[in-house]
Design a protein around this ligand. Structure first.
Ligand code: PAF
Length: 292
């Protein structure tokens, strides 16, 4: 069944408040549209744990810098409605920019210091404040809920978890595993930008993560050496330009002096005009864990 469209903030609040008053739990999947099976997996997870699923589609201008792809960001509401319907979404909130930002310029910003500044934040200095601001606004509109985010944007997930904790938002954040194409490329709306040659080369991100995983699994605890293993793989692919590779503490996103039992490997690289990110969890072999 097609999801019921919600256009205004007022009707979205009214519908969801009524459902909660009737004792129904709400699962929320915020998106920027151009949906793929990664979004589908979030919708299915929301449906499995909640009585009602609402998804939002809003290409948020605040999270794009002036030289980024806001105008060309792919949009296809018809396709998105069908994908949302196939994945059990009950309500689809797709507001206009005017509905979300009726005063034009936004004078209030939510920014999560420190976590937002490193890695992607170093390349995109205004990005995470734009994300945190719109997500805080969406949480205010949707109200108490479980909210589903993909681990593909691991730094975003970390920033949002911290925002929710710091602001005591009545939201339980649920992180969901990355969904990959058969060759290992993480699904992303921006994959649509890749030329056939860049698409073929893009698998290098997954291969670099695999090299990092093998290094950690082999007992390496020096983050620089793990990063060197990842970097060497990207260096072999002439179509890819590495932005960063990192082995970080999953909670703080900081590089530890020595890797602990669980590390997050992060990578970002440019393929043609398209910047791609990916990440994975790396677990140290049992015998090397410092607590043993
Ligand atoms: O991950 C996204 O699609 C966006 O950053 C989000 C969380 C919907 C905020 O615009």
């Amino acid at each position: 069944m097609e999801p019921e469209p919600l256009i205004t903030i007022g009707e979205t609040r009214a519908v969801l408040d009524r459902l909660r008053a009737g004792g129904r739990s709400v699962g929320f999947v915020p998106t920027m549209g151009y949906l793929h099976d990664g979004h589908g997996s979030l919708m299915r997870a929301a449906g499995a744990a909640n009585d009602v699923v609402v998804a939002s589609i809003f290409v948020n201008p605040l999270q794009f810098a002036a030289d980024e792809d806001l105008d060309s960001y792919p949009r296809d509401l018809g396709h998105d409605r069908a994908l949302a319907a196939a994945n059990g979404v009950d309500y689809l909130f797709a507001p206009s920019v005017d509905e979300m930002y009726p005063n034009g310029a936004v004078l209030t910003s939510v920014s999560v210091a420190d976590l937002s500044e490193r890695w992607d934040g170093a390349s995109r200095p205004t990005h995470f404040a734009g994300v945190a601001t719109v997500v805080a606004k969406l949480f205010n509109i949707v109200g108490p809920c479980r909210a589903y985010f993909g681990e593909k944007d691991f730094q975003q997930l970390t920033v949002i978890r911290r925002m929710v904790a710091d602001l005591s938002a009545p939201v339980e954040v649920v992180g969901c595993p990355i969904v990959r194409e058969p060759d290992g490329l993480a699904m992303s709306s921006r994959n649509a930008y890749l030329s056939p040659d860049d698409r073929a080369a893009a698998v290098v991100l997954r291969q670099a993560l695999d090299a990092g995983l093998a290094s950690v699994a082999g007992g390496e605890t020096d983050p620089d050496r793990v990063v060197a293993a990842m970097t060497a793989v990207v260096d072999e692919e002439p179509r890819a330009r590495l932005d960063y590779a990192a082995a970080v503490d999953p909670a703080t996103l900081e590089v530890p002096c020595s890797l602990g039992p669980v590390t997050r490997l992060l990578i970002a690289a440019q393929l043609g005009q398209t910047r791609l990110i990916d990440n994975c969890e790396a677990v140290a072999p049992i015998e090397d864990r410092p607590d043993r």
